[in-house]
Design a protein around this ligand. Structure first.
Ligand code: PEP
Ligand code: MN
Length: 684
């Protein structure tokens, strides 16, 4: 029978659906057009925040009410609106944030093959960031993405950091922890797993299902309903799909892959089951990493991420977190990471809501530094997360307010020039074991210029301990003006210094001359000294910014106080907050002393910085006779401590013989210092 003249009864209904779809698209386009116009007006107004929580709340209430009146379910209406509002907000953000200058092709790396969730999140995010011209590249591992980024092969790397079902992704956190990478954006991706098979293969014949282990775990209920199916872990979901295009699995016709709908289409597979995950909500949060920080516009709803280590005291973490509570700053994530070299000590990853330059958060960050031994800002970036039930996060108004004070630059947090965050000076103290530098204490560091032998340094330690010194100094690597002079015992000297410190329970201070020596010095000494000649060695300072030991930074021979503070910023910005400044005399026209001790540097530095300040009278004087009066002057000027050269037998000294105090001098000096220190109410 000829059936061509008979119409399908579904046809008119399908037509109606098609027409409704057409109208939906047109209505959405109309909405987004209006949204962009609002965005343009907001852009013109410097202080207008993009996120208007109150307005979004009202829109949502009306939307859900209208939907319910028409018989649609409220959760469904909220879900659809959530997508629409997200898209609207990002359209406006893209207008305000102009990430790429025109014509510049941006390269973004991710882990996995094309069609992986990472690749989709990457193209979505880059398009939203206005990078029409983007190149994408998939890498085998997270580490390879990190390496490509550090080597300049790509401009950005997008890596998953946590999943709403599986939790945090340790390898990515480790990568961020171990390298100087910055978080510049985030993306939240709705993961929707499907079961893909080569065309013609049916569910009943499947014996193997391969996918990324996390995806297999997320589809537990579905997989356990398939008795005879073996689970095969694969490097990523898209690679699992791609592997079915050819080879043995294809020939056997018994293997499927759990992947995205897009991956299935890309690798020519049929989708035979959808919505496989145990939970409907399965979202992955990705971080966009870059080599340099980017600071978003103040009008955007932002997050700020940081990494810190707290001092080893009871309540230290609570105090650190309280800083945010007191400032009304909302914490969105906290996670700890073990440190392989320091068992049972942890670094904390913390994300908070707000722009890091907004007054509330900037103030909190300044206070935070006093609770931490290490603080590294990881980045400030537009926030893309919303609570799952469709309700909006409350955006603190402070986050959207423009900065009222001098902004604290992302690269300069916490700057050496920041004033002490609280009036009591305790906030800037540096602790070295039992010794406290700052906080009203007075610290005497003493010992020879150079470690010359085990006997010499042990004798020196005995001498300085008896006189009341609280730390032992001794150079193992010596920066000598002439290459013909004694250069120090190197590693052997470090071992002797450590041994002497151990015998007399004195924490040790020694100079580190080069980046290569850092690991050895770290392993042997308690405090690392950067000498006057190295104050401008920014590569060395950058590396020392990453270490977990205090650093004494000596003022350069011809450095201004401002230059000394900028050098300190290199250490602080690297994350090392335990910085001690040292005035040691500067070059002037005066030749009767080795250098001219700038006593005024002490009160000037106290006014400008929260960091502890000590004085080295020995290298300023260059002459034993002058060391004691200069030491007394420095203490009277308010120094937090002194570093003084002393030798058990100065006549035998291999280095800086003329300025080394002998045992009697040391006793005389400490006797003269005590009343001055006591008069200031300092603890020694
Ligand atoms: C030292 O302390 O031994 C030293 C070399 O000091 P400076 O770097 O201040 O000259
Ligand atoms: Mn010296």
């Amino acid at each position: 029978m000829d059936t061509t003249h008979l119409s399908d009864p579904l046809d008119p209904l399908r037509k109606e659906i098609d027409e409704a779809d057409r109208q939906l698209i047109q209505i959405l386009a109309r909405r987004f057009h209006a949204v962009k116009q609002v965005g343009a007006l907001k852009q013109a107004e410097a202080n207008h925040p993009v996120l208007d929580t109150e307005r979004e709340r009202r829109v949502q209430a009306t939307w859900v009410q209208d939907a319910e009146a028409l018989g649609l379910s409220a959760p469904f209406a909220r879900r659809v609106l959530k997508e629409i509002l997200n898209h609207s907000r990002r359209l406006q953000e893209a207008l305000i944030e102009n990430h790429q200058g025109p014509g510049r092709r941006i390269h973004c790396g991710y882990q996995g093959l094309a069609g992986s969730y990472s690749s989709m999140a990457a193209s979505h995010l880059m398009a939203h960031r206005g990078a029409a011209e983007s190149g994408f590249k998939g890498y085998g591992t997270f580490q390879e993405v990190g390496k490509a980024l550090l080597h300049g092969e790509i401009d950005y790397g997008l890596l998953p950091v946590e999943n709403s079902i599986g939790g945090s992704i340790a390898d990515v956190n480790r990568l961020i922890c171990d390298h100087a990478l910055h978080i510049v954006d985030e993306e939240v991706w709705q993961v929707e797993h499907v079961l893909a098979v080569p065309p013609g293969v049916e569910l009943s014949v499947l014996r193997v299902i391969r996918s990324h282990p996390a995806a297999l775990t997320q589809c537990e209920t579905f997989l356990s309903s398939m008795d005879e199916v073996r689970r095969e872990p694969w490097s990523d979901t898209a690679a699992a799909a791609a592997s079915l295009q050819e080879g043995a699995a294809r020939e056997r016709g018994d293997t499927g892959a759990i992947c995205s709908e897009e991956a299935a289409a890309l690798y020519g597979l049929d989708v035979i089951a959808r919505s496989l995950a145990d939970r409907e909500c399965n979202e992955t949060r990705f971080l966009l990493l870059a080599r340099e920080p980017e600071l978003p516009d103040h009008r955007l709803h932002c997050k700020t991420s940081m990494l810190f280590r707290v001092n080893h005291h009871e309540g230290a973490l609570v105090r650190a977190l309280n800083v945010f509570a007191e400032a009304g700053v909302n914490l969105t994530r906290i996670e700890s990471r073990p440190q392989p070299d320091m068992p049972w000590e942890y670094l904390f990853f913390v994300d908070v809501e707000g722009h890091m330059e907004a007054p509330a958060l900037a103030g909190a960050l300044l206070n935070l530094r006093s609770c931490c031994s290490h603080l590294r800002m990881l980045g400030c970036y537009p926030s893309r997360t919303r609570k799952q039930d469709g309700h909006l996060d409350q955006a603190p108004m402070a986050a959207a307010a423009p900065p009222q004070e001098e902004p604290v630059c992302i690269r300069e947090l916490p700057a050496a020039t920041a004033p002490a965050p609280r009036p009591d000076r305790s906030r800037s103290a540096v602790r070295i074991g039992p010794v406290i530098l700052g906080e009203g204490h007075f610290v005497l560091i003493s010992g020879p210029c150079a470690v010359e032998s085990l006997d010499q340094i042990v004798d020196a330690a005995r001498m300085v301990r008896a006189s009341g010194a609280t730390m032992l100094r001794g150079g193992a690597f010596k920066p000598r003006t002439s290459p013909h002079d004694f250069q120090g015992l190197g590693l052997e000297g470090l071992r002797y210094l450590r041994e002497a410190g151990r015998q007399f329970e004195l924490p040790t201070v020694t100079e580190v001359l080069t980046i290569e020596d850092i690991p050895d010095v770290l392993a042997h000494a308690d405090v690392l000294q950067v000498g006057a000649r190295n104050m401008h060695n920014f590569a060395l300072l950058k590396e020392l910014g990453k270490v977990d030991k205090p650093v004494i930074l000596k003022r350069g021979l011809s450095a201004t106080i401002k230059e000394l503070l900028s050098a300190a910023d290199y250490l602080l910005n690297g994350g090392n907050l335990r910085v001690i400044l040292c005035e040691r005399g500067i070059r002037t026209f005066e030749t009767s002393t080795r250098a001219t001790l700038d006593v005024s540097a002490v009160p000037v530095l106290k006014r400008l910085t929260h960091l502890p300040v000590i004085v080295d009278p020995s290298h300023a004087a260059g002459d034993r006779e002058l060391v004691i009066p200069l030491a007394l002057a420095a203490a009277a000027a308010g120094a937090d401590g002194l570093i003084v050269e002393a030798h058990p037998r100065p006549e035998e000294a291999l280095c800086d013989k003329a300025q080394a105090l002998n045992p009697d001098d040391v006793v005389r000096m400490t006797a003269a210092l005590r009343p001055i220190v006591a008069a200031q109410g300092r603890i020694w």
